[in-house]
Write a protein that binds this ligand. Structure first.
Ligand code: FE2
Length: 376
């Protein structure tokens, strides 16, 4: 069935076979979870939340759970070689393994998605302890990345069964990070549309925005992107694929170093980007910088904004506007030695878009970095 008329909110609610309440957590497979947890606490202001490992009966891996507002990261490392986690790290370096989504009914989410062609990675499983039960299920998405469906309405514990509360004497202050705004996947040549179909058909998402290589190209390189959103807009997954240019696309560089498809960036919301980015920079996070000339003309393009331009210029924060408002955004350099995963910090002031007006300046800045690595 197809229609040119977008369904009303009511119809969407009625036909949403996979109602999502938001991102539950993001799990990273990393070479050293203890050190990674320390880094994310120190640099980004995450707080210690939970721990699983040999002391809690988990013999083959260790996981640290850290949280800031509605943002929960799980950092997992294997204790031995010859297992799927160790293989994942060997192949991809540190990276995102699980994009976990909060649902009312994890068994139904699994049934709805697998009956529509989703490939199961975890059949509905009930985890129990004295604090209640959590139901987990999961399906594969691009590369070796998976989506878990997490049902925690009957659980009162700190994270989930198998974990114990993790308290620490080291508690750096938070930096104003609030929740996941969107998560971007990089996929291979000609793979964007198959993955758009997957999110539409298997997960009931809609394509809300598209960018072709003319929108996202510099003199040298290009990419294409489509933004997928679930019914209520709480979960947004843009999908990028490389496009032909004179030189190597940033997406190709990612695919080369990640050894396949995977999560390129996690965009994190803040209510005050100037304060957040000031804190992150002072704690050692490096951001991409556009030329100072960007700020000479930016207000001609985006009109009046509430913020003073001077701190935005000083920090390198970018501005864009759409029909509904404006947004402020900035992109970190990769958070690993491999040029793979990075973070975006975003403050939305009405705008629901993704900063199309900044793409050119941003990708030129990215290419300068790629060139320094010898990968352009
Ligand atoms: Fe983004």
């Amino acid at each position: 069935m197809s229609s040119n008329i977008a369904p009303s909110a009511n119809e969407t609610a009625l036909t949403d076979f996979l109602p999502l309440q938001g991102t539950d957590y993001i799990e990273f497979y990393v070479g050293n979870a203890k050190q990674a947890a320390h880094f994310y606490k120190t640099a980004f202001g995450f707080q210690s939340l939970a721990y699983a490992g040999p002391e809690t009966g988990v013999m083959d891996k260790v996981s640290y759970v850290i949280r800031q507002n509605k943002l929960t990261f799980v950092l997992t490392t294997p204790l031995k070689t010859n297992n799927s986690i160790a293989d994942h790290i060997y192949k991809h370096g540190d990276g995102v393994k699980v994009l976990a989504l909060m649902v009312e009914d994890a068994a139904d989410a699994w049934k709805q998605t697998t009956s529509r062609g989703g490939k199961s990675c975890l059949e509905p499983t009930v985890l129990k302890d004295e604090q209640g039960s959590v139901v987990l299920s999961g399906i594969h998405t691009y590369g070796e990345t998976v989506h878990y469906f997490v049902e925690r309405k009957n659980y009162k514990g700190v994270f989930m069964p198998g974990f114990r509360k993790w308290t620490s004497d080291y508690n750096p202050s938070e930096t104003g990070l609030l929740y996941v705004d969107h998560c971007v996947g990089n996929v291979g040549w000609n793979q964007m549309n198959p993955w758009v179909d997957f999110y539409e058909n298997v997960m009931g998402f809609r394509n809300i925005l598209s960018f072709d290589d003319k929108d996202i190209s510099t003199e040298y390189s290009a990419l294409m992107s489509k933004v997928m959103s679930n019914g209520n807009g709480y979960v947004k997954f843009p999908i990028n694929e490389p496009a032909e240019g004179k030189k190597k696309s940033q997406v190709e560089e990612f695919l080369d170093f990640y050894n396949g498809e995977g999560v390129q960036h996690v965009a994190i919301a803040t209510h005050n980007i100037v304060e957040t980015v000031t804190a992150l920079q002072s704690r050692g996070i490096d951001f991409l910088k556009v030329p100072a000339s960007y700020y000479d003309t930016v207000l001609d393009r985006v009109g009046t904004i509430e913020e003073d331009l001077a701190p935005l210029r000083e920090l390198g924060i970018l501005i864009d506007r759409d029909d509904e408002g404006y947004l402020l955004q900035i992109f970190s350099k990769p958070l690993e030695d491999r040029p793979t995963l990075f973070f975006e910090i975003i403050q939305r002031k009405g705008a629901k878009s993704f900063g199309k007006g900044n793409f050119k300046a941003l990708f030129e800045a990215l290419e300068r970095e790629q060139d320094l690595r010898g990968n352009l």
